[in-house]
Write a protein that binds this ligand. Sequence first.
Ligand SMILES: Nc1ncnc2c1ncn2[C@@H]1O[C@H](COP(=O)(O)OP(=O)(O)OP(=O)(O)O)[C@@H](O)[C@H]1O
Ligand SMILES: [Mg+2]
Length: 286
Amino acid sequence: MLFIKINLRPNRSLQRFGLLIPSKTAFMIAIAPYYLETQKESEVFQHAFKNKLPLLIKGPTGTGKSRFVAYMAHELDKALITISCHEETSSTDLIGRFIIKGAETVWQDGPLTTAVKEGALLYLDEVAEARPDIIVAIHSLTDHRRELFIDKLGLTIKAHEDFMLVASFNPGYQKGFKELKPSTRQRFLAISFEYPDAKKEIEILMNESGINKDDAKKLVAIGQKIRNLTELGLAETVSTRLLVDAAKLIESGLPKRLSVNVAVVQPLSDDADTIQALNDLAGLMI
Ligand SMILES: Nc1ncnc2c1ncn2[C@@H]1O[C@H](COP(=O)(O)OP(=O)(O)OP(=O)(O)O)[C@@H](O)[C@H]1O
Ligand SMILES: [Mg+2]
């Protein structure tokens, strides 16, 4: 996927506070990312954008959530700013901070502030991992107010017409992983991503890797078989991403069974018996 960096205008309105506001950067996606629609997700996204409603994309890893957001940013011709949330990310990282530049103290917008001002799509990846202060910071952006309070400047800014908040999360797939609070969830429209049906997954594999249809079919059949093996107690099962990786390795000339071993089986488990069982099963199918 090709991203080009664009410079966004420095914000003049804050300069009356004696602050130098540096220009910010966001990314325009120059070439349309390949994305195969699996439900009516782009229509939902278009309407969410039109109605200024935030959207939560739920679903297991490797089901195309991030690809879809990049695709929609390109479709809507909007800059995309992605933030991968983790427990170290604070609201300051998102909103902005004062930095020392030479003899001056300069305010630097964080990515959330940039997106709010410039009307970009802000994608909070793995939002459930975000610290509570981030959730608090985005609350006023997720309802009719559509405004951001910058406490360090004592300022409230109205979101640009085209600002849209998109978040993703992987619901309760592992004990100990964080869940989103109902009060936060109810501020978003939500759409569920699942593994695509076989026909679509074969098409994705062929498009993403250039692999032939016969091998794509076999890889998808392996994926489906492993997905049905609930007794193995895998934390996460075979994603489309893993199948695409295996397809790429096969297409680049790595032996098929080895490709499946390193791209599909090994990433799923560290248990020797499970690895053996999965390799045996895959070996019969490819
Ligand atoms: N509908 C789809 N159209 C095109 N490619 C897809 C689709 N679904 C999955 N893929 C493939 O799967 C890969 C993984 O997708 P992506 O990174 O978007 O997953 P994700 O849901 O964001 O995963 P994670 O939760 O781990 O971030 C993509 O790089 C792409 O190759
Ligand atoms: Mg992702």
